[in-house]
Design a protein around this ligand. Structure first.
Ligand code: NAD
Ligand code: MG
Length: 397
């Protein structure tokens, strides 16, 4: 970090769940950080409160209609502000030593790329943008000299464990999954699960979209794809292990059969603290791990039949050339339709599968060369999913 040890940081998605954990860590040692920019989607009051508390230099709200409200909330302060997508991108591009990319969904892609292009260190929580942009995101980071630090707990675990060997010595990585609230449910019950049931995650407290993705195991599917792009691994090199206690987050197997794992309480402040301190270690805020108290750690193989979203992620990775973009876009449409109670829980995976199949049949697969390619395909896949939605909604299962 520049400026005599003070690290300048920006947090994209500061008003969300990851944003909240990040601000909690910054709050604990305020003298170490200068907050450059903060962004939010529509929660102006929350954003303005953070801006004042941390004396941010710039804040952006994504909803362009809320500029007046934001200005009013910041009246009498030195905090500059803006509204709309361009203001969020401006926030991301401002000079910072460290940027947390924690906007949810594919909407996080352009802001994350704006930070990456500055060659800064980017703590990446937003998995959808990586899944949407594929290889392209990582090559852009390499070109700009930006270090990507995975903030997603499983990938952060892999990042830490990978440091104990070389790439050519690695034989496999394993990411764990809690199994979500429906881990032990019969397929017919999962099919009919309600929104309230899907939102009851056993271990982690997270934003709404990722909580639903955890229940369908689409989250783990997104994470398999994320691991593939982050660490340049083939689908065969990535395994998923169901581990209901969520204590072991990721494991790396080396050629000598050593397996190195990272453990910690299920608290996102642990991987975020790793990213915030990197390459040093800072004092954490999460509870210390007490294995004697936990007593038992259990593991089981994932069930690709009850959780087809996981199988579809491997299919999409193998298809390549934009298929993971389609997987993510169709899932975002499906989750929104489930929240709006237009489709059953079980239909989420069906919509993703039908969208992928229909897109593959159309035969337009091509490598993504730019962010605009990724965004265009994302939009095309959303439209395709939206046209398939009524059929899926009508089909009783
Ligand atoms: P969240 O819904 O709690 O917060 C999302 C943030 O993004 C909020 O600040 C919101 O205002 C902002 N936002 C939403 N839509 C936007 C848009 N169109 N433009 C600009 N800003 C927008 O979500 P979260 O749980 O904090 O997750 C954030 C990201 O981190 C997701 O990609 C998620 O997959 C990933 N992630 C989250 C967790 C977790 O524990 N919450 C763990 C691993 C990865
Ligand atoms: Mg995760």
């Amino acid at each position: 970090p520049a400026h005599g040890g003070v690290r300048t940081v920006s947090v994209l998605g500061a008003t969300g769940s990851i944003g909240d954990s990040t601000m909690d860590l910054i709050r604990a040692e305020p003298e170490r950080y200068q907050v450059e920019a903060l962004t939010g989607n529509a929660n102006v009051a929350g954003l303005a409160k953070l801006a004042k508390e941390f004396s941010a230099r710039f804040v952006a709200v994504a909803d362009p209609a809320r500029l007046g409200e934001l200005r009013a909330a910041l009246a009498g302060t030195d905090v500059a502000c803006g509204a709309g997508e361009s203001a969020v991108i401006e926030a991301a591009a401002r000079p910072a030593d460290w940027v947390m990319a924690a906007i949810s969904g594919a909407a996080g892609l352009k802001p994350a790329l704006a930070a990456v292009d500055r060659g800064t260190t980017v703590a990446l929580a937003n998995k959808e943008c990586l899944v949407c942009a594929g290889d392209f995101f990582m090559s852009r980071a390499t070109a700009a000299g930006a270090q990507i630090l995975p903030a997603d707990s499983e990938h952060n675990a892999l990042f830490q464990a990978l440091a104990s060997g070389n790439r050519h010595e690695l034989t496999r990585v394993i990411i764990t999954a809690s199994g979500g609230p429906f881990r032990t449910w019969a397929a017919a019950d999962i099919e009919q699960a309600t929104l309230a049931q899907a939102l009851k995650h056993p271990n982690w407290s997270m934003g709404q979209k990722i909580t639903i993705d955890s229940a369908s195991m689409m989250n783990k599917g997104l994470e398999v794809i994320e691991a593939s792009y982050l660490f340049a691994l083939s689908p065969d090199e990535i395994d998923v292990l169901v581990h209901p206690q969520s204590i072991v987050h990721g494991l790396v197997e080396f050629a000598d059969r050593s397996v190195v794992a990272q453990l910690g309480a299920p608290d996102m402040r642990i991987p975020i603290a790793h990213c915030l301190g990197f390459p040093d270690r800072i004092t954490g805020r999460a509870a210390k791990l007490d294995l004697a108290k936990i007593g038992q750690l259990t593991f089981e193989a994932p069930d690709f039949t009850r959780f087809p979203g996981l199988r579809l992620a491997y299919d999409a990775l193998r298809t390549g050339n934009g298929a993971t973009t389609v997987y993510n876009a169709a899932n975002e449409v499906a989750v929104a339709a489930f929240i709006a109670q237009k489709i059953r829980f079980g239909a989420i995976a069906r919509l993703v599968e039908d969208t992928l199949n229909s897109w593959v049949r159309a035969g337009n697969q091509a490598p993504l060369g730019s962010a605009d390619d990724a965004i265009a395909l994302d939009q095309q896949a959303r439209n395709l999913a939206a046209t398939l939605l009524p059929q899926i909604a009508a089909k009783a299962s």
